[in-house]
Design a binder for this molecule. Structure first.
Ligand code: MN
Ligand code: MG
Length: 640
């Protein structure tokens, strides 16, 4: 069988763009559908906050799939991996004894309702270890392929490729028997470090492009259409061996007709990938090959419509259209659902879903001290500290076998929930059992852990930028002064564990609330120490943080996405859950910062929760004030 020629495909595409009025009906039309990175989101539900979430869920995608099938006679559905992990439902099923022998895994029970043609493995399939994965896969009523995962003896871990035959209806209304769809799948080779303890000595990965070059020619020769299921994003940089996001370079491997991408949790075609050479972010092509990425957690359905003609006995793509269809849209702050839940999908996972809701309110660990965010802006406190302890433990283990292991490791976190969105929006976890729902309170955002490498001087700048949270205080004033600037949001107040420092709020801020350098002479961060010694500004430090901050969120000096040395595959929230599960939390995290002494008493006013009044035992420097509005109560801090 002759392969579809990329050159003629490109020429065809160009000709079509110039002459959109092409009239001829193609011989065959196919519609390929993709889900990817579903991560256990069957329901449109947020387990951490126990409420519906219209931006997620296979049940909603299922309605889009039904509509896409109703529009098209030859629609074929694929999944691109990251299926069995990603929310408490996944953890619930994967816990010891969570899946009885012969019991269907709820995600596959739901997916089985949809008639998938084939799927591949994502990196998160390995998070619970191979025995659980293999047990879970037994309940999938559709085949999996993965071409770059091997047993230690070099034999494939599973089918690298397969050819699936289907009867399809031609445009003239006749049936074409046994149309041959070739499928090949790829997983990021990085699973060997991300899940080292579960995989080392059991399996090994190979480079995605190398595996494609090995298997595509043979597959090409035995199929009419070749679909690559690439659980890998779109990196247009150099083609390094072991590339994590290899879908762009995969498009240069001759013989591949269509690429389903994923892993990066983005939408393609779309503006995230604009202005990259070789990428058409509007039409949806990588190096001329149609490709799609359908967001994450069921946010989108990927569609690739193909027109095909038989030329010398081989099927050739003559036109195509790529689309990522969302299940919701935003109208200002409002979310508008664009799809209804498919009740059959919900039903398939209902028992595990209900049990998970109960489970998140059960203890995952114990903590011997209270954790709250009431003191987040008043000198270091332990809600940020707990996040930093967890990030440090995770990063230390993840970097242990790398060249970076010898560098000092710090960790940065900000108070996400410290009154910013309402008078009750504080973390307040009592000593005793701690639940997954508590952890969601502690870490509200679905960030992933990232480690950046910075100099001591750059670390100091991060703290200066954070210190913009405070107004400049006049020590001569007798009347109370407003402590917190209204121009800065608390989630940009990063506190860095592993260091100690003072913040002198009588000095002007070096940075604006938005992160702009406004006073190059000003310094508020004093006496910055690492291991008790003044910080070496020329030394290198690693800082565990999150993808938002590392990629430039909050406008922190020096952080623009280029300083990252580890982009972990795990959510910071899961990192904390892991820490709480595995660690005795007996003593509060060490103190990091406090206000520099002023030399004479000044009164500082701030607003907090009315419930804060109950937390003031042992803090004679903080007293309830008279004012307050919008449900907040006013307090006074005396500093001298
Ligand atoms: Mn994913
Ligand atoms: Mg992934």
């Amino acid at each position: 069988m002759v392969a579809i020629d990329r050159r003629s495909l490109l020429i065809g595409a160009t000709a079509l763009a110039a002459a959109p009025a092409r009239a001829a009906t193609p011989e065959l039309r196919l519609r390929l559908l993709e889900t990817s990175d579903l991560h256990m989101f069957v329901y449109d539900f947020d387990y951490y906050h126990s409420k519906t979430d219209p931006t997620v869920g296979l049940a909603k995608v299922a309605s889009l799939i039904a509509a896409a099938r109703a529009e098209h006679r030859n629609a074929l559905l694929f999944d691109n991996g990251d299926i069995i992990q990603g929310n408490p439902l996944g953890d619930f099923v994967a816990r010891p004894g969570g899946l009885a022998a012969g019991q269907p895994h709820p995600m596959f029970a739901a997916m089985n309702e949809l008639g998938y043609l084939a799927a591949t493995l994502g990196n998160h399939e390995f998070n619970y270890g191979l025995p659980f994965l293999e047990q879970a896969l037994q309940s999938a009523k559709f085949p999996f392929v993965c071409a770059n995962l091997e047993h230690m003896d070099g034999t494939p871990y599973m089918r690298p490729t397969m050819v699936i035959t289907r009867d399809v209806m031609l445009e003239d209304g006749s049936t074409l028997h046994d149309f041959r769809i070739g499928v090949i799948g790829f997983v990021p080779p990085q699973i060997m470090s991300w899940d080292k303890s579960k995989l080392e000595g059991r399996v090994r990965t190979t480079d995605i492009i190398t595996a494609a070059q090995r298997y595509v020619p043979e597959l090409r020769a035995t199929c009419d259409l070749l679909v690559a299921l690439s659980h890998s994003g779109i990196d247009t940089g150099p083609r390094n061996t072991g590339l994590e996001n290899a879908s762009f370079h995969l498009a240069s491997v001759p013989g591949i007709d269509v690429i389903f991408t994923g892993h990066s949790h983005r939408v393609f075609p779309g503006p995230d990938y604009a202005n990259r050479p070789g990428v058409d972010a509007v039409r949806g092509t990588l190096n001329g090959i149609p490709a799609v990425m359908p967001g994450y957690w069921g946010s989108h359905l990927g569609l690739i419509d193909l027109d095909l003609e038989r030329v010398d006995g081989a099927w050739k793509i003559t036109d195509f259209k790529v689309e990522a269809r969302p299940i919701y849209r935003r109208e200002g702050a409002k979310l508008i659902a664009l799809a209804d839940d498919d009740p059959a999908i919900l039903r398939a996972a209902a028992p595990a879903h209900q049990a998970t809701i109960d489970w998140v309110h059960q203890p995952v660990g114990r903590i011997a001290y209270p954790v709250n965010s009431y003191f987040a802006y008043l000198g270091s406190e332990n809600s940020i500290g707990l996040v930093n302890l967890a990030q440090t433990a995770y990063a230390r283990a993840a970097l242990a076998t790398t060249d970076h292991a010898a560098l000092p490791l710090l960790s940065a976190a900000a108070p996400f929930k410290a009154g910013g969105t309402g008078p009750d929006a504080f973390v307040d976890i009592a000593p005793g059992p701690i639940t997954l729902a508590d952890l969601a309170d502690l870490y509200m955002y679905a960030n992933t852990l990232v480690v950046v490498k910075l100099s001591g001087a750059e670390v100091r700048e991060l703290l200066e930028r954070s210190a913009a949270l405070f107004n400049q205080i006049d020590p001569a004033k007798a009347e109370p002064q407003e402590l917190l600037s209204r121009t800065m949001l608390g989630y940009n107040f990063d506190v860095i564990s592993g260091l100690t420092w003072l913040i002198d709020i009588t000095r002007p801020a070096r940075y604006s609330g938005g992160g702009k350098l406004i006073n190059a002479e000003a310094h508020r961060v004093l006496d910055l120490r690492f291991q008790g010694q003044p910080i070496d500004e020329a030394a290198s430090f690693l800082v565990a943080t999150n993808n938002y901050r590392a990629d430039g969120g909050g406008g922190f000096p020096g952080l623009d996405g280029t300083r990252s040395i580890l982009n972990a595959p795990d959510l910071n929230r899961d990192v904390i859950a892991l820490y709480v599960k595995s660690t005795e939390l007996q003593t509060p995290p060490p103190t990091t910062w406090r206000f520099a002494p002023i030399g004479r008493p000044v009164q500082l006013r701030f607003r907090s929760s009315p419930a804060f009044a109950d937390k003031l035992a042992g803090r004679p420097d903080i007293t309830p004030g008279a004012g307050g509005n919008d449900g907040y109560a006013e307090y006074l801090l005396t500093l001298d």
